[in-house]
Design a protein around this ligand. Sequence first.
Ligand SMILES: Nc1ncnc2c1ncn2[C@@H]1O[C@H](COP(=O)(O)OP(=O)(O)OP(=O)(O)O)[C@@H](O)[C@H]1O
Length: 228
Amino acid sequence: MLEVRDLCAGYGGAQVLDRVQFHLLKGEVLGILGRNGAGKSTLVKAVMGMLPQTSGSIEFRSQQLLGLPTYRIGRAGVSLVPQGRWIFPRLSVLQNLQAACPVGTEPPDIIFSYFPVLKQRLRQMGGTMSGGEQQMLAIARAMCARPKVLLLDEPSDGVQPNIVQMLGELIPSLCKELEISAVLVEQNLDLVMNAAQRWLVLERGRIVHEGRLNSLGELETLEKLLGV
Ligand SMILES: Nc1ncnc2c1ncn2[C@@H]1O[C@H](COP(=O)(O)OP(=O)(O)OP(=O)(O)O)[C@@H](O)[C@H]1O
C-alpha cells in the first residue's frame, strides 16, 4: 500500500528524519515506536504532506505522494488522526463527522457500530466530550473520508487505560473489516503489541529496529530501546 524510501524531513534548518525506509502491506497494522522527540509525529506529518522540507519517495498504490499538497494526499486515500485529536470543539459530533465526508455523502453506518457512543451523542459539542470520546470521534472522523491508509498519531495520549485497551482490539478489527492499512505511532508498547503485526523503532530520526510478535527476545529488545 505504502512504500517509503529515503525519507528526509525537518523544520527550518533542522533535519529530523534521516533516510527513513519502510513499507506497509495491505490490511496490515504497522507500529512506529520511539522515545519522546524521536521523530514519530514528524514521520506521519511528512507522509501527509504537512512539512515543507521533505525529500525521498512516498509511493502509495504506485502514486508518488511526495510533493503533493495535503488535501490531495487525503483524496488519494490517506487519512491522519493527529496527536491531540484536533476535533472541532464548537461543532457537534455529527458536524465533526460530516466535515470529513466527501461532498454529498453522510458518515457511513459502520462507524457507529464501532463507536456506538457517538451515535448517542450526535448533537453534543465535540469540545464537551471526554478525552476517550474525542479520540473515538477523531478516528471516526478520519474513517468518514473512506481512507485506504490510516495514520494514527499516539491515540493513547490522554486516554484512560480501559479505552486504550479497547483501541488495541478495535484498530485491527476495523482495519480488517474495512480493508484499511494503518500506521500506529505510539509510545504505549502494550497498545502496539496488541494492535500491530509488525513494528519499527525510531531513534533520532532513524529506524533502528524492526520487530514482530513472537520474535525471540522481542519484548526485552523493545524495553531496552525505549527505556521502559
Ligand atoms: N514545528 C517544529 N519546529 C521545529 N522543530 C520541531 C517542530 N516539531 C517538532 N520538532 C522537533 O523535531 C523532533 C522530533 O519531534 P516529533 O514531534 O516528531 O517527535 P515524537 O517522536 O513524535 O515525540 P513525542 O512522542 O514526544 O510526540 C524534536 O526534536 C522536536 O523538537
